[in-house]
Write a protein that binds this ligand. Structure first.
Ligand code: KG4
Ligand code: ZN
Length: 341
């Protein structure tokens, strides 16, 4: 088969990104314009501000992506875009850019699920052997996904409330850490002791779901109570205790899923994949016969390269969209109940 070159877009949250990907494996260019600074002062992503930034930069980053890859529109075989989940206004900027190019340059259009994209970042790093299992942990998601092949993904576990990264950001705020707080809390967690023994929610339950809001509340209550009685708590011990709870739950459920589904490949993805404690815990305990792929940080956060990787698999399957393609803010991979009695 001749080379397949895809121009991909990602604009579901607070990064605008364009990339040119060859054969679903090779990054010819990747441009990411982050908006974090604009959202920082609000302590989280403001949807209106996000859409406005996307529209300001999307034309320019498209040109940069083509230039960096040293290609022109006639060298492309398709244009791909994240269709959901995400912020609807933000998604629409990418979807409309992709539709406009598809029409103007007569290129097939491919709509990609954002979570499928995150997981397919692994395809840019190494060959994925199937079945594969992915733990996708970010500011918006905490999911265990079972992949039968490059096109059939099923969620076997999901968060019932806050995502893991969201919990990091919320407890970080209580400790006066700027958004996004994960990295700082992770650093502090290596300097204290697990003295608070926070709850490990759902750890013994017979499912692969997660819940982090009880942990978050326990953390916040502990801090407020200490405040009220004028007691000063050690921020390092707080961070260590919080991280120990998150890491133990994520690791325990992942190992249990590996035992049940016996994947050939395990993939860790999403912004929280940067977490040193989580990496050490998983790498130390996943059976040696399972191939582990942890993409570099640039590919763990939101980026268009992962969308181009996933789009290649859809391209090969002939799964194209038409100009009725719309943003779907609550798009979800199928949830697999069938494995649980
Ligand atoms: O995937 P991502 O860049 O954006 C989405 O949410 O889609 O993930 C960002 C999240 C934030 O919540 C941030 O606090 C968290 O990833 N994060 C971390 C670490 N680095 C980033 N959480 C824990 N430990 C880290 N080292
Ligand atoms: Zn994401």
């Amino acid at each position: 088969m001749a080379d397949v070159r895809i121009l991909a877009f990602e604009s579901s949250c607070d990064e605008t990104s364009a990339a040119v990907i060859k054969n679903g494996r090779e990054i010819e260019s990747l441009i990411i314009a982050t908006q974090i600074k604009s959202h920082q002062r609000f302590g989280g992503v403001v949807p209106e501000v996000a859409s406005r930034h996307h529209i300001e930069v999307i034309t320019q980053i498209t040109e940069e992506a083509l230039k960096e890859a040293k290609v022109d529109y006639q060298d492309l075989d398709a244009v791909a875009v994240t269709k959901g989940p995400g912020l609807v206004g933000a998604l629409l900027i990418g979807v409309n850019a992709a539709k406009a190019l598809s029409m103007a340059k007569d290129l097939p259009l491919i709509g990609v699920d954002h979570i499928m994209g995150h997981i397919m970042a692994a395809q840019l790093v190494d060959e994925i052997s199937y079945p594969a299992l992915a733990l996708q942990v970010s500011g918006g998601h905490t999911e265990l996904v079972l992949m039968h092949d490059p096109l059939h993904f099923e969620i076997i576990g999901d968060t019932r409330d806050d995502a893991a990264g969201e919990a990091y950001d919320k407890i970080g705020r209580v400790l006066g850490v700027n958004y996004p707080a994960g990295k700082t809390i992770d650093n502090w967690a290596h300097q204290g002791k697990d003295t608070f023994n926070f709850p490990r929610a759902m750890i013994d339950e017979d499912n692969y779901d997660f819940s982090f809001s009880g942990l978050k509340s326990a953390f916040i209550n502990t801090c407020h109570h200490a405040d009220q009685i004028g007691e000063k708590l050690d921020k390092y011990d707080l961070a260590t205790s919080f991280q120990a709870a998150v890491v133990e739950v994520l690791t325990t459920k992942t190992l249990r899923a590996i035992e049940q589904f016996k994947p050939k490949t395990f993939i860790l993805g999403g912004g929280v994949a940067a977490n040193q404690g989580l990496r050490e815990s998983l790498l130390g305990q996943i059976p040696k016969d399972v191939k582990v792929i942890i993409p570099p940080l640039k590919l763990c956060g939101d980026n268009a390269a992962m969308i181009g990787a996933a789009a290649y698999n859809l391209y090969k399957a002939g799964d194209f969209a038409d100009l009725t393609l719309n943003a779907d803010p609550s798009l979800e991979l199928p949830y697999a109940d069938s494995y649980f009695a």
